[in-house]
Design a binder for this molecule. Structure first.
Ligand code: MN
Length: 214
C-alpha cells in the first residue's frame, strides 16, 4: 500500500456524494442548479392559443415546472442528475408539459424515474415516429440516443420525476421549434388521455435528419 500514491489519487478524484429526493416536492438535497419555467415562458407550445392567452392573463407568472440538478463535472464521462417538478393543469384540452428537447450531442441517452404523480414521456425520432411511455411512481424510463423527449403531467397532482444523463449532452430546444412542435400532442380524453396529431407539425427533411445523426 503506497500512501503517497493514495493521497495523490484522492486529491484528483471527486468526493462521492449522497442526495435525498423528496418524492412529493422534488426537493433534492445538495442540488447546485435550479431553474423554473412560468406559463408565460411557454408561448407557442400549446395548440389552443386563446386558452393560453387567457391562462397567462389569469396568472402568467405561475411556475409550471422547475428543475433541480447536480452537475459534478462538465467533462465527458461524468453525469448530471436531478429532479423535475411539474404542476397539474391543461391549456384547453392539452396537458401541461415541458418544452422538450433533443440532446445537443444527439447520441447521448437519459433515464427518467417516476417519483410521484402520473406522467407520460412523449418521444419522437428524427424521422417523426412517436412513442408514448407512462411514467408512474417507481417506474424507470430509458430515453435512447437520438430521441426528442418531453414529459407531460396527465394527473391531477404534481408530477415529480428524477433523471440522469451524460454531462456533455447539452439541450437543443430549436429542433422542436423548427418543425412546428412535436409530431403529436397529449390531450384529455374523458378522464384519461389520448395522443393526437399536431396539425402545426412539419416533418424534418432528409438533410435535417442526416444532420441529427452526424
Ligand atoms: Mn434530456
Amino acid at each position: 500500500f503506497n500512501f503517497l500514491q493514495y493521497k495523490k489519487e484522492v486529491s484528483v478524484i471527486a468526493n462521492p456524494t449522497s442526495h435525498r429526493i423528496d418524492p412529493l416536492s422534488g426537493e433534492l438535497t445538495g442540488a447546485t442548479g435550479h431553474y423554473s419555467k412560468k406559463l408565460s415562458d411557454m408561448t407557442g407550445l400549446y395548440a389552443d392559443e386563446i386558452s393560453f392567452s387567457q391562462a397567462v392573463e389569469r396568472g402568467g407568472d405561475a411556475i409550471i415546472y422547475k428543475v433541480s440538478d447536480v452537475r459534478p463535472n462538465a467533462a465527458h464521462g461524468d453525469l448530471i442528475f436531478g429532479t423535475t417538478f411539474m404542476e397539474p393543469g391543461r391549456i384547453g384540452n392539452e396537458f401541461f408539459m415541458t418544452r422538450g428537447h433533443i440532446h445537443a450531442k444527439a447520441n447521448r441517452p437519459e433515464t427518467y424515474y417516476g417519483e410521484s404523480g402520473e406522467g407520460l414521456m412523449l418521444l419522437e425520432s428524427p424521422e417523426g415516429t412517436t412513442r408514448v411511455l407512462e411514467v408512474l411512481p417507481r417506474q424507470m424510463i430509458y430515453v435512447p440516443p437520438f430521441w426528442i423527449h418531453r414529459s407531460v403531467n396527465i394527473g391531477s397532482v404534481p408530477l415529480v420525476l428524477s433523471f440522469c444523463y451524460p454531462s456533455d449532452s447539452g439541450q437543443d430546444y430549436s429542433i422542436i421549434e423548427r418543425s412546428g412542435g412535436m409530431a403529436s400532442r397529449i390531450v384529455a380524453d374523458g378522464s384519461g388521455w389520448k395522443e393526437v396529431r399536431n396539425s402545426s407539425y412539419s416533418p424534418r427533411g432528409p438533410l435535417e435528419i442526416a444532420r441529427v445523426y452526424e
